[in-house]
Design a protein. Sequence first.
Length: 321
Amino acid sequence: LLNKALSSNLIIPEFADFCKEIATIYKKLLPVKGGLNAQYIPQLARVNPDFLGISICTVDGQRFNIGDTDIPFCIQSCSKALNYAISTAELGPKKVHQHLGKEPSGIGFNQISLDKNGLPHNPMINPGAISCCSVLKSGMSLDDRFDYTIGEYKKMAGNEFIGFSNATFLSEKSCADQNFAIGYFLKEHGVFPEGTNLKQTLDLYFQLCSVEATAESAAVIAATLANGGVCPTTQVSCITPDAVRNTLSLMYSCGMYDYSGEWAFEVGLPGKSGVAGSIFIVVPNLMGICVWSPPLDALGNSFRGIQFAKMLCQKFSFHQY
Ligand code: DON
């Protein structure tokens, strides 16, 4: 980074000016009220709804953090994008897509549904994400699969904070009738690879939803995706470029639940949202962003997170088109 700065080769040369604009957006968002924390998991319902953090990491490692960016939160559904990236990088898209599709579903993230090919619609909503967990290092024991996956998250986060909330995991699991129903439905329809242990697959899914990051570490993960799979702070190669492309395509078309079409239209960037109120936003070849604010809108996306993304793309021409 220093070399690049000295030779004025930075990806955002006027980074300080850019950060000032982000700080202005942050200040505008700070008093905004709206939405409600996810209520169905007590651990998420209890988080202070006033938290707001915005973190940025560029593909050449410039950083900016404002607000509550060092407080751990559960990444929830943002794990879905990472699990898909990790499994496609390892197995290739052909193998992974024997068990899940690539189309937006047009229905809520926890609905029981299959696409016209008899597969879950995509890896960014529950049925596809549960199916994706069934292929994730399926030859290993559950403990090794968890260790392996969290290790991959950590690599993508440049060894910055990645934790685990056991309380969230337990509470997630204890109010998961809908996910069990999805799991049995997928099993009945022969979606999983042969020999899949459904209970272990669901455990892995709940555990990975309960992994914690901070806005700061999550921005590094998003920046790794913006940087073709190479972590910008460590230069470690984490995800193959092809798998990154596949992941970003599906984040773009399916990453924001039932708001995905509107998001692609208004914001025009790959994004993934989680019910703890985080949104991972990727500006390809430029930066990764994490915005975190727990209250959710009616579709399950962070209320202030969506406003942030809209304001960002009004100010800067990040929209892909
Ligand atoms: O109930 C679940 O499956 C969640 N904990 C999912 C997390 C989430 O962010 C929404 N899902 N797509």
